[in-house]
Design a protein around this ligand. Structure first.
Ligand SMILES: Nc1nc2c(ncn2[C@@H]2O[C@H](COP(=O)(O)OP(=O)(O)OP(=O)(O)O)[C@@H](O)[C@H]2O)c(=O)[nH]1
Ligand SMILES: [Mg+2]
Length: 405
């Protein structure tokens, strides 16, 4: 009996040790960063993505590079995106551009233009990239990185956005100077001072940059939506730029307890919060179909996310694939003729008489007129005995309607 109890305790102990081992293994699994096999799979995917980007960029139908506008709140990570694209496509690990960092924030103040992502042939130091990216440099997108905005929806910002989209703001223009001019001379003054539209500067794609750490700037999104829905006087949409989004600071998200980029920092955003933000953003931007390609999670290279990272490379290549993807050919159609002054009056008159408030006014007017006419008639009838007697001026006698004096 004694030996049986001892054996039982021994088995129990082994069970406990076994369970503990499993728990320790699970804890290790949860705490780990990206594994070698994750990187290996991404490596293959990245090779294919690079091939696709090169193929899309060398299509004979591509006549000129795309022009991208990075648009979003100040500090959302726009300049860091340009930096990271530059790093990935050249192989240069250092930061080439000034992004805000830590306490020494470098806020972008003017209208910065990066021709072909800011890359020159001699910048590319990686031998594989030299042959692949070197062959398509001239077709890489031009990127406009401008001063980020607050969460606003005002006429000033709308005016600057419209002129940016149509290519009227020259590279290097100070946004602060434009705003100062608007403050002094009023909204609308930029139409007078800016040069005519330059097709080379017209924006073809807008990337809305949202930080995973910020809440969604509803007013700024409303403003973007309002401007992009505007029509001209031939009933054509004014701005043809397509819109998608990048959610930066993905390295601050912890997914199933894992730090996705091996950045060794205290990731504070949960995967659920991130997904929720992604869904809200997709709804606000009207890109709910195909969210995967139109809403790209992103981490820029920084002090914590170090180059090379297959995951960062994956986001850069996915973004470039989306930018360079050829658009289906659309029938441009024949725009409607401009509405003439006469047509405009007719339309206004028609609109006036078809609105319900207008019908009420007309009804009240008709009723009032009828009542006035009725009262006037009654007054006339009461007056009639006096008016029917005529005074004979020669004799001074009064003659009534029957002719008797
Ligand atoms: N952790 C992390 N930090 C980032 C990321 N992207 C940008 N940052 C940091 O966010 C801050 C602002 O980045 P910027 O790229 O200057 O932001 P911006 O949108 O250009 O800002 P404005 O020029 O003011 O409009 C900097 O401290 C960056 O280091 C990212 O993906 N992950
Ligand atoms: Mg900036």
């Amino acid at each position: 009996m004694f030996s049986c109890g001892w054996r039982q305790t021994y088995i129990d102990r082994r069970m406990v040790i076994f369970v503990l081992c499993i728990l320790v293994k699970m804890a290790n699994e949860i705490d780990r960063g990206p594994t070698d096999s994750d990187d290996y799979n991404l490596h293959d995917e990245n090779e294919q993505l690079l091939e696709t980007v090169v193929r899309y960029s060398s299509l004979a139908t591509r006549k000129k590079p795309e022009t991208l506008l990075l648009f979003g709140l100040s500090g959302s990570g726009k300049t860091s995106i340009v930096n990271t694209i530059f790093n990935e496509l050249t192989g240069i690990p250092e930061s080439a551009l000034q992004a805000g960092s830590g306490s020494t924030q470098s806020k972008t103040l003017d209208f910065k233009w990066y021709v072909n992502c800011g890359i020159l042939q001699e910048n590319i130091i990686d031998s594989d990239l030299q042959s692949k990216i070197g062959a398509i440099i001239g077709n890489l997108p031009n990127i406009i990185d401008c001063a980020g905005k607050g969460n606003v929806n005002d006429e000033q910002t709308k005016e600057i956005l419209r002129h940016t989209l149509t290519g009227r703001i020259p590279p290097g223009t100070s946004i602060a100077a434009l705003e100062e001019l608007q403050n002094k001379k009023g909204v609308g003054c930029l139409n007078v001072v800016l040069p005519p539209c330059n097709p080379e500067w017209a924006v073809t794609k807008i990337i809305f940059v949202q930080s995973a750490a910020d809440s969604i700037p509803e007013q700024l999104l409303d403003m973007l939506h309002d401007v992009l829905s505007e029509h001209d006087d031939r009933l054509q949409t004014k701005f043809k730029a397509s819109l998608f989004t990048v959610i930066t600071k993905h390295d601050l998200v912890k997914e199933a307890g894992r730090d996705l980029y091996g950045s060794d920092q205290d990731a504070t955003i949960t995967a659920e919060d991130f997904q929720d933000k992604k869904d809200k953003l997709a709804t606000a931007l009207g890109i709910k179909n195909n969210v995967g390609d139109n809403c790209i999670p992103w981490a820029s290279y920084s002090d914590t996310v170090r180059m090379p990272s297959p995951k960062v490379q994956n986001s850069v290549l996915k973004l470039l694939r989306q930018i360079q993807c050829p658009k289906p050919v659309e029938h441009t159609g024949v725009p409607l003729p401009r509405i003439t002054l006469l047509q405009s009056w007719r339309l206004n008159l028609n609109a006036f008489f078809t609105t319900s408030s207008c019908r009420t006014y007309v009804l009240i007017f008709v009723i009032c007129t009828l009542v006035a006419a009725f009262l006037w008639l009654i007054a006339k009838v009461h007056e009639s005995p006096n008016t029917s007697s005529i005074v004979n001026h020669a004799t001074g006698e009064q003659i009534n309607s029957t002719g008797t004096q």
